[in-house]
Design a protein around this ligand. Structure first.
Ligand SMILES: [Fe+2]
Ligand SMILES: [Fe+2]
Length: 161
């Protein structure tokens, strides 16, 4: 077995997810400081779409793979993650159906930001360190995750593609 491949593939897959986390956090900050409703709507729409893509990557590839590799270590963490994703997804759907002048628009985006920040913290401080310490080989996830990301971007962000 070529051991040097393990950290490289891990780093690439985890970096892909970490970059998404960083970007989402930045977008929520931008939303907070945005002044007009058109800008707010644009930022909220972007963060919702990007989170839809990110949660799908994790749910279709990353989470089931980890569960299969080591159900003992990852089972409880992944159950929690799934419930947290479900709450986030329901808020995302609400936001996408709202208009920025709706009474609860800002509050709903803010609460989504708080949920995401809590969830990201758990992934980065509990889940990812376990992936690293258990030396989980993530190589086979890289291509399917990038392909799904691209495919979802084309479908959900046609202007940016
Ligand atoms: Fe994540
Ligand atoms: Fe997640």
């Amino acid at each position: 077995m070529n051991k040097s491949r393990i950290p490289v593939a891990q780093k690439e897959v985890l970096s892909l997810l970490l970059d998404d986390h960083k970007r989402a956090k930045q977008l929520f900050k931008d939303f907070e400081s945005a002044k007009d409703s058109a800008t707010k709507e644009e930022i909220a729409h972007t963060v919702c779409i990007e989170l839809q893509i990110h949660t799908e990557l994790e749910e279709q590839h990353f989470y089931p793979f980890l569960r299969q590799q080591d159900p003992e270590t990852f089972g409880d963490l992944l159950d929690e993650a799934k419930v947290e994703h479900a709450s986030a997804k329901s808020l995302i759907e609400q936001i996408l159906a709202m208009k920025p002048d709706d009474d609860l628009y800002d509050a709903t985006v803010t609460v989504l930001g708080e949920y995401v920040s809590h969830h990201v913290k758990e992934e980065e401080e509990e889940l990812f360190p376990q992936v690293i310490s258990k030396k989980i080989e993530l190589r086979e996830l890289l291509d399917p995750m990038m392909a799904l990301k691209e495919q979802m971007q084309e479908r959900l962000e046609p202007a940016a593609a």
